[in-house]
Design a protein around this ligand. Structure first.
Ligand code: T3D
Length: 258
């Protein structure tokens, strides 16, 4: 792979955006390789996935060199259909938690992709920029969906309309991300969380993720039915039996993700 790094060990899939000289800007090759990595993570039974960036940033969004004026006008609807939308859908549909480890800047689609992950942990010096407006676009890759849900309409509009840089501490205070930690603690914190999640009851986590994201489209009454159906499934799982047995035997549970 040329634009990302990928590994899958002991249930932990690690995907690192790896174009540091371009602040990990997304190009076509990166999208293709990301698609392959997410497929491999799923096929290989990943129980957690970590998405991070190499070098001094998480990602500066779309590689604008691929969008330079001069050629024939590009149909961005078509490129989004072929790249960012499937990427965001794959992250959301992955049946395990996805952690974004954000350091440096996350701008444009870089910010949106980070926010499409289930748990975002950022180093104190990290920042998020809704850079789209600066180049005549609107937030994509789920930005207009996730931002208002995470921070509310007023803050979502403020960030998107001004393109102001939002520091990680403020992002955490606003509930936009799960946690902000000292820069030096980012790696260890993410690794520890990943190890914890990789030995958790994966099916229950996958159902939790699906139920919470899906709740936005449902009434409370509909959601109660969804919870019932999912709990029925989980109640028959090996991990549920193990969880109850471990509790009663006063020992640590050994979940297998089944
Ligand atoms: O097109 C579609 O399919 C639609 C989808 C769009 C999704 C989007 O993401 S639109 C938004 C695209 N992103 C941006 O507009 C952000 C552009 N970058 C910046 O504003 C700044 O680079 C940052 C604020 C992110 C960081 O600033 P700074 O000062 O820390 O770094 P820098 O010097 O600007 O960048 C370092 C290098 O990375 C530099 O290359 P060089 O001059 O050393 O050779 C710079 O050109 C390159 N770089 C940074 N961002 C991009 C990029 N190259 C290509 N595309 C980028 N997005």
């Amino acid at each position: 792979m040329e634009t990302i790094l990928f590994s899958l060990e002991e249930g932990i899939a690690r995907v690192t955006l790896n174009r540091p000289e371009k602040l990990n800007a997304f190009n076509t090759a990166m999208h293709t390789e990301l698609r392959g990595a997410l497929t491999e993570a799923r096929r290989g039974g990943a129980r957690v996935l970590i998405l991070s960036g190499a070098g001094r940033a998480f990602s500066a969004g779309q590689d604008l060199a691929d969008r330079a004026a001069g050629g024939a006008p590009l149909d961005l609807g078509a490129t989004i259909d072929a790249t960012y939308n499937p990427l965001v859908r794959s992250l959301r549909e992955l049946p395990c938690p996805v952690i974004a480890a954000v350091h440096g800047v996350a701008a444009g689609a870089g910010a949106s992709v980070a926010l499409a992950c289930d748990l975002v942990i950022a180093g104190k010096s990290a920042s998020f920029i809704q850079a789209f407006g600066r180049i005549g676009l609107l937030p994509d890759s789920g930005g207009t969906w996730n931002l208002p849900r995470l921070v509310g309409t007023a803050r979502a509009l403020g960030l998107a309309l001004t393109g102001e840089r939002l520091g990680a501490e403020q992002a955490a205070a606003w509930g936009m991300i799960w946690r902000c930690v000292e820069d030096a603690e980012l790696g260890p914190t993410v690794e520890e969380l990943a190890r914890q999640l990789a030995t958790a009851p994966t099916r229950a986590l996958a159902s939790t993720k699906e139920a919470i994201y899906g709740s936005w489209q449902r009434t409370l009454s509909e959601q109660l039915d969804v919870e019932r159906d999912m709990q029925r499934e989980l109640g028959m799982s090996e991990d549920f039996r193990e969880g109850v047995a471990a509790f009663l035997e006063k020992r640590a549970a050994r979940f297998k993700g089944r």
